[in-house]
Write a protein of this length. Structure first.
Length: 256
């Protein structure tokens, strides 16, 4: 498998505090990789660095062999990096379909005046986007909610909608920030199956932040462990579960 995402000695400082330090991370095409660590370890900061919310203080973020430091979030999305958020960020007053259409419009070919004047090409493209979005909703079992406002959905359905919206940008790399947060055990099991299925159906590469170890150990092929902004371990789930440094990071002492 080829290297899709690589970070080279990436650090991010806020004032004199290192939120992320010397991050060296590699994700290969088609992998499902976990990023775990205690609260405050810097996991979401890593996602913000990978999606252009933050620019590294030093080091390089490489995507498909190209340096992408400094690209704005919308440009990161256009080159194929999409994400969800720990705290769901939907357009709450829009319907399910409209939420996905907004994301799909990122790759629309028509310009401002075509949209204003409603040219035949614009009308054709809008119809094509709607059809593509409805197909996507159907594949995530969201089609029955197409005309429902996002703020009227059950929490677990909102989680699926956020994933659908990310997929509407046609990513090659999908970053999931605690997708199991707030879900009940049945919903977590369904999420695990969904992520694995979407990885295969959409030819995705997935990088996952998650606190629920059952989810991480159940679907991730490799895991990175972050503590105080630094990678302290990397490997297969079984090896990570037995690593003394990982146990110490989560339980506080190596003796524990």
């Amino acid at each position: 498998m080829s290297e899709l995402l690589v970070t080279r000695a990436v650090s991010r400082y806020f004032g004199g505090l290192a939120a992320v330090s010397n991050l060296n991370l590699t994700v290969r095409s088609g992998e499902l990789v976990g990023l775990i660590g205690p609260n405050g370890a810097g996991k979401t900061t890593v996602f913000n660095l990978l999606t252009g919310v933050y620019t590294p203080t030093s080091g390089d973020v490489m995507f498909e062999g190209k340096r992408v430091n400094g690209l704005r979030p919308y440009k990161m999305a256009r080159i194929g990096i999409a994400r969800t958020f720990q705290n769901i960020r939907l357009f709450r007053a829009l319907t399910v379909l409209q939420n996905v259409q907004v994301a799909a419009a990122l790759r629309a070919r028509q310009g401002f005046w075509s949209a204003v004047l409603r040219t035949p090409r614009q009308v054709h493209d809008d119809a094509a986007i709607r059809a593509q979005c409805m197909e996507l909703l159907d594949r995530l079992d969201l089609a029955p909610y197409a005309d429902t406002r996002a703020d009227a959905l059950a929490y677990g359905v909102q989680r699926r909608l956020e994933i659908a919206r990310a997929l509407a940008t046609h990513p090659s790399l999908l970053l999931l920030d605690e997708p199991a947060a707030g879900l009940n055990p049945n919903e977590k099991s369904e999420l695990m199956s969904l992520v694995e299925r979407l990885r295969d159906e959409f030819s995705l590469t997935v990088l996952l932040i998650e606190h629920d170890m059952r989810v991480v150990m159940g679907i991730c092929e490799r895991i990175y462990v972050l503590d105080y902004g630094e990678i302290i371990a990397e490997g297969a789930p079984d090896a990570i579960a037995e690593d003394p440094k990982v146990i110490a990071a989560y339980l506080g002492t190596e003796e524990a």
